[in-house]
Every structure is written in structure tokens, then in C-alpha cells.
Design a protein. Structure first.
Length: 305
């Protein structure tokens, strides 16, 4: 009895080729979405084998800019993973470290120098403050300590009685240069006459300035978006007030003036640091209204009303 070979039947051969051609579209489509050659994988599956082609296509990583890459990034932005949000939450809840004044009070050399000032041992106090500056050359409080020893003042607050001698003092200028925001404000008060101090302390501008400095210190310690938004709202309110001028006005302009970004069309918010497109009217993150083309100025107390 004679049996015919089914693979020699032209119909079977044609159907087999059509089936292989159809199956070849599966790995070719997968590879194409990942940014690889659609035709190359179709030929790989059709002329070699469907199974190796589908395995290779499934194992390939999507190329940057491919359809599957864009879909994956879109899903990640739309449905962020809790594990990706955890570091940001930890940063917001981070416990702030000790401030500058606390660190200074816990410095053994600074405490010994303060005791020497109280005992009237001016040379010894000056020597101890000099030892601090040898390791911390930008320590503003050590420069003020040297001034106290030079003027024979046992307490720093008593420097306001020597305001005429502070203006041209080299150590005083260095202390102003290296002092933090709140401490610098205190040092500037030392160089004012009693009448100017009373006028400055009782002014609404001084109160607004102090609130601004306090909130800036909070942001430096906590680095949280809600506090940036709160301070931005306060700045937007103060910067439009006619009562705000001089140093406070300059500080507000400094905080509201954006910083040039890494590219020509980008800027950074000076308050919260958010990167964004240039020429925006306000920061998308904290809401501060941007100021362009203005310069800060130094307060002139003699002209305050």
C-alpha cells in the first residue's frame, strides 16, 4: 500500500508558511515597541524559529524613547511607588540639628574665653578666641569675642555702648561677613546709636524683618515644602508694601529673584530651589512671585519715617 507524504502537499506547505509568517508578527511587534527592528525580528522568527525569537524579544530591555519606555515612565509618574516616596517623607520629618548659638555655647574654648572676659582677663580671653579662629577662621562669634577683649567688655551685649568704635573695627567687619542671618542682624544693631536702635526696634519694618529671618531659619533646618509656601506668601505680601524698604526690601528682592539655571531657558527659585522654565511670573512649587532686573539695597535708618 502506498502512503503519500503530507509535507509534499503544496496546500500544506502554503498553510505552514502562512502560519509561520503570522506568528512572526508576534516577536516582531514586541521588539518594535521596545525600539528594535520590526523587520529583523520578523525575519528571525520566520526563517529561524518562532520560539527563540519570542524569548529574545521578551527579554530585551526597552530602548530610551521607545513606545514601551514612554508608557512605562507615564505609568510610574501616574502611579508612583510608595518606596519611591519614602525618602522624601523621611527628609521632611528629619529632626533638625543644633543651631549655631547652641554649638557655640557648647564649645569648651568659647566657654573658657567667656569666663576670662567675666574675670577681666582680657589677654587670656583674646588668646582663647584666637585658638578658636585657628581651627574655625570663619567663626563670627570668635571675632566678636576678640573685640570684647580689645574694648574690655565682659558681656557681648554691652558692645552697643561702644558703637562708635565698631564701625571701622576689622574684626567687626569680619564678623559681619561670616555671621548667619539672625546673628548678623544682632551685630548690625550694636553699631547703631541708642536713638537709632530705639527707632529700629520699634518700627514695623523691624518686626517684619525678624519674622522673615525666623522663617528662613526654619526652612534651612526643616527643608519642607509647606514652610516654603508659607514664607513665599509672606514675601509676596511684604514686597508690595510701602512700609518695606532698605535692607528688608533688598532681602525680599534677593529671595524673589530667580537664579539662572543650567540651560538658557531654565531658572531656579532662590527660596525653594525648584528648577523651572525661564520667564515664569511665579514659582510653581512655593508660589513666590519672581522679581526680575532689580537690585537689593542697604537700609538707611536716617531716612526711615
Amino acid at each position: 500500500m502506498y502512503y503519500s507524504n503530507p509535507y509534499s502537499n503544496p496546500v500544506v506547505i502554503i498553510l505552514g508558511l502562512l502560519g509561520a509568517a503570522g506568528l512572526a508578527f508576534v516577536p516582531a511587534s514586541i521588539a518594535g515597541k521596545k525600539g528594535y527592528s520590526f523587520g529583523g525580528f520578523w525575519c528571525f522568527s520566520f526563517f529561524c524559529s518562532f520560539i527563540p525569537a519570542i524569548i529574545v524579544a521578551a527579554c530585551l530591555k526597552p530602548k530610551y524613547g521607545s513606545q514601551q519606555y514612554r508608557e512605562t515612565m507615564h505609568d510610574m509618574r501616574k502611579y508612583p511607588s510608595p518606596t519611591l516616596q519614602q525618602p522624601q517623607q523621611m527628609q521632611i520629618q528629619q529632626v533638625p540639628g543644633p543651631d549655631e548659638e547652641t554649638i557655640w555655647k557648647n564649645n569648651p574654648l568659647a566657654r573658657r574665653a567667656a569666663m576670662s572676659l567675666e574675670d577681666g582677663e582680657w589677654a587670656k580671653a583674646d588668646e582663647l578666641y584666637e585658638q578658636i579662629l585657628n581651627t574655625e577662621p570663619e567663626n563670627a562669634r570668635a571675632y566678636i569675642g576678640k573685640i570684647c577683649a580689645e574694648l574690655h567688655v565682659s558681656r557681648e551685649d554691652d558692645l552697643q555702648n561702644h558703637y562708635e568704635q565698631l564701625i571701622d573695627n576689622l574684626n567687626y567687619k569680619r564678623a559681619l561677613k561670616f555671621a548667619g542671618i539672625k546673628y548678623k542682624l544682632k551685630l548690625e544693631m550694636y553699631a547703631l546709636s541708642p536713638d537709632e536702635q530705639a527707632k529700629y526696634q520699634s518700627s514695623e519694618v523691624q518686626q517684619a524683618y525678624q519674622r522673615l529671618m525666623d522663617k528662613l531659619e526654619e526652612i534651612k533646618q526643616h527643608n519642607s515644602t509647606p514652610k516654603c509656601v508659607e514664607l513665599a506668601s509672606e514675601i509676596n505680601r511684604l514686597i508690595g508694601s510701602d512700609l518695606v524698604k532698605g535692607e528688608l526690601k533688598g532681602k525680599l528682592i534677593e529671595l524673589s529673584t530667580p537664579i539662572k539655571g543650567d540651560t538658557e531657558n531654565s531658572i531656579h527659585c532662590a527660596l525653594c530651589g525648584a528648577n523651572q522654565i525661564a520667564n515664569r511670573l511665579s514659582c510653581y512649587r512655593c508660589g513666590i512671585k519672581f522679581t526680575y532686573g532689580q537690585e537689593s539695597s542697604k537700609i538707611d535708618l536716617s531716612k526711615e519715617t
